[in-house]
Design a binder for this molecule. Structure first.
Ligand SMILES: Cc1cc2nc3c(=O)[nH]c(=O)nc-3n(C[C@H](O)[C@H](O)[C@H](O)COP(=O)(O)OP(=O)(O)OC[C@H]3O[C@@H](n4cnc5c(N)ncnc54)[C@H](O)[C@@H]3O)c2cc1C
Length: 466
């Protein structure tokens, strides 16, 4: 067994783990990210609604709202330097019943309590004037001007790339199975390797309570909550201008209609408790129900086709708030229960975890001189910006649905920070094979370009789950 020693080991390469790795690497810690999947985003962070939330409806005074608002602000502060997109759509929380209409006042008050001062109620007339495709059964809305849409995949990748440039390491296909603390170092066992680090940060999403057992009895239980989505063809995105949110209930934000950063229209998610922590399947019956709900809100949807479906598992617990805590004397921080707001909150969570580390472990407060931040420039994948094919990168288009060039595919495979090594990773880095034909036309060419570069190979690939 080989053995390497790190200052910090982050377990789990979801958006939270990537942001935490970045934070500690930039602070000068020798940081390693371990991910059991073949790429980052093998769990909940692969499949979300991609909304950058203001926190207007989060529980006031919660850790969640604090992390969301810090994360929101840091994302806006750094996105230009990382070349990460923002679609400034605003959101409208729409009331469809008299009962919901009566709740709009409370939603505005809560938003103001959370510091989202520009949230305001608008009349039915204003709403239907702004959103002409909406069913006329809508009764009124709350406008939240600073709710935006971002790229759920490029953002965490950018965080990890920046961490790597600051000296961080990462290992995929590496599942932490057990570990022991010797009073100074954790020794984590992956079956093939023993990897040692002074501080362990558990960011394993739906596996969070199992991994906590390595250090302590977890004070929570993961209760996975599935969300299923439908992606409509790009033509449908013209049906709305803003993110259309329902009035939230105690357990869910409800079914959302939103443009995606890639120019599609997204409908979902559902909210279903399930036992399985790893597999999120889509079900015909639920999707039919979603389609019906979508058409009720936006009748024009009936004329548009669905090009993809997907599902994600929220790492919910029995508690409403995030479960983030450090174990005194054990050099262990658990970052758990990051349910449906982790994309927004990730950078804020990372800052919170760094503070918690300083407060709990005085000997770990300073790891070394802070690294000089390098800013990787992410490729342009957003539909509202100028893509590679429009800038004439000198190579042919391979995927005609999403207009992905050979140059973009080769860059994702060749880059040195965190290259794509699986089909899923390549798709998320380039959009290749993610269009309406689902790769029917371009997969042979993609198989040729990726031969010997991705695992498993595309030829004979049944259905990519990575
Ligand atoms: C339906 C849905 C909608 C959402 N919508 C939004 C939204 O609009 N806006 C927003 O801000 N957030 C949203 N989110 C939340 C967002 O997707 C966050 O990613 C999520 O909250 C959890 O992120 P995470 O990094 O904690 O967990 P994950 O993304 O699940 O990451 C955990 C990682 O740990 C790895 N792992 C597990 N066990 C081990 C082990 N033993 N060894 C090594 N690796 C391991 C897993 O493979 C996984 O990659 C949504 C989530 C869902 C499911």
């Amino acid at each position: 067994m080989s053995e390497a020693r790190w200052d910090v080991i982050v377990i789990g390469g979801g958006v939270v783990g990537c942001a935490v790795t970045r934070r500690f690497a930039l602070a000068g810690a020798k940081t390693l990210l371990l991910e059991r999947g073949r790429d980052i985003l093998s769990g909940a962070s692969k499949a979300n609604s991609a909304i950058l939330h203001t926190g207007f409806d989060a529980p006031p005074g919660s850790l969640e709202v604090a992390c969301m608002q810090a994360g929101y602000q840091e994302y806006l502060d750094i996105h230009t330097r990382l070349n990460l997109p923002v679609l400034k759509t605003a959101a409208l929380v729409v009331a469809w019943t008299e009962e919901q209409l009566a709740q709009l006042d409370g939603i505005v008050s809560k938003a103001h309590e959370n510091g989202v001062d520009d949230a305001r109620q608008i009349s039915r007339q204003d709403l239907l004037g702004r959103e002409t495709g909406l069913s006329t059964t809508a009764l009124g809305a709350v406008e939240v001007p600073r709710e935006y849409v971002i790229d759920p995949w490029s953002a965490p990748l950018a965080y990890l790339k920046q961490a790597v440039r600051a000296g961080a390491g990462y290992q995929f296909d590496t599942e932490v199975k057990s570990g022991a603390f010797d009073g100074e170092y954790w020794h984590l066992d992956t079956g093939q390797q023993r990897i040692s680090g002074r501080l362990v940060i558990n960011c394993t999403g739906t596996n969070g309570d199992n991994i906590e057992q390595i250090c302590r009895k977890p004070g929570f239980e993961i209760r996975p909550r599935k969300g299923q989505f439908l992606v409509y063809d790009k033509s449908a995105s013209a049906l709305i201008n803003s993110i259309i949110l329902p009035v939230p209930t105690a357990t869910t934000k409800g079914v959302v209609l939103t443009k995606t950063i890639f120019g599609n229209l997204l409908l979902g998610p559902t909210a279903e408790e399930q036992q399985d922590r790893n597999i999120a399947t889509v079900e015909r019956e639920m999707l039919d129900g979603l389609i019906a709900t979508g058409i009720e809100m936006l009748p024009g949807l009936a004329g548009h086709s669905v090009t993809a479906t997907y599902a994600g598992l929220r790492p919910a617990t029995q508690f409403k708030d995030y479960q983030i805590s450090a174990e005194p004397g054990k050099n262990w921080i658990g970052v758990n229960g990051i349910r449906s707001t982790g994309l927004t909150a990730a950078l804020g969570i990372a800052a919170h975890v760094q503070r918690l580390c300083g407060e709990t472990y005085s000997d770990l407060a300073n790891f070394g001189p802070a690294a000089a931040a390098e800013w990787p420039v992410m490729p342009v994948l957003a539909e509202h910006e100028k893509r590679a094919y429009q800038q004439g990168d000198g190579t042919e288009i391979v995927c005609h649905c999403e207009r992905v060039t050979r140059g973009e595919i080769e860059a994702a495979l060749d880059e040195s920070d965190v290259p794509a090594r699986s089909l899923g990773g390549l798709r998320r880095r380039t959009r290749v094979m993610m269009g309406r034909c689902n790769g029917f036309y371009c997969s042979a060419r993609v198989a040729e370009l990726t031969q010997g570069r991705i695992s498993p190979p595309l030829a004979g690939h049944e259905k990519d789950q990575s």
